[in-house]
Write a protein that binds this ligand. Sequence first.
Ligand code: TYD
Length: 198
Amino acid sequence: MRGKFIVFEGPDGSGKTTQQKAVASALCSAICECEPTTGEIGRQIRRALGGEVDCAPETLALLFAADRCEHVRALEKLLDEGKTVLCDRYVFSSIAYQGLELDTAWIAEINRRATERLLPDAVVYVDLPTESCMERIARGRDHTEIFETTERIAKVRENYERAFAMFPSLKLIRIDGAQPPEDVTRDILEKLRGEGLI
Ligand code: TYD
């Protein structure tokens, strides 16, 4: 039987990566994947994100789409082998983040090859209010930076809603990330079980 593909999304500070790992350890044989990937294009993306190489926002968006095209091939293999795959970020992140600077319809278009081939069985969206995201990531930053970051997170959360609306058939599991981490994990597991995905 084909495995289930479950994507974890959320704004910075939402704790989605922690939750992906916690859910994986509660299931015995789930595989954790992430985007950007650990492959060649993923490494290039991380260099660009870290400011080591300068590139236009369009180039970065195309790199994410290319990284995803390669990733989809690997993911399909795992799913065909019947593995449950938990993926930290997918196309919704491109729409949310690259959408800060670029047209979201164009981002969806350059990702169409990937999304036509592989949409998740469910997206676990770990969300919490912008102010709470900030509280979790703000330490050690000055005031201007905090203001900029707050604006950015608010926009990312808005763009996530646009991204989900672009895929009406998507199974979207909304999770309140403001709860204590163990409660968040229990909530995710309950909802995934309720959907028959685990
Ligand atoms: P990630 O490794 O999840 O970092 P973090 O744990 O800090 O969230 O993602 C790295 C960054 O890449 C993150 O800031 C979001 C960004 N990103 C995009 O801008 N577009 C994308 O398509 C993806 C997958 C990630």
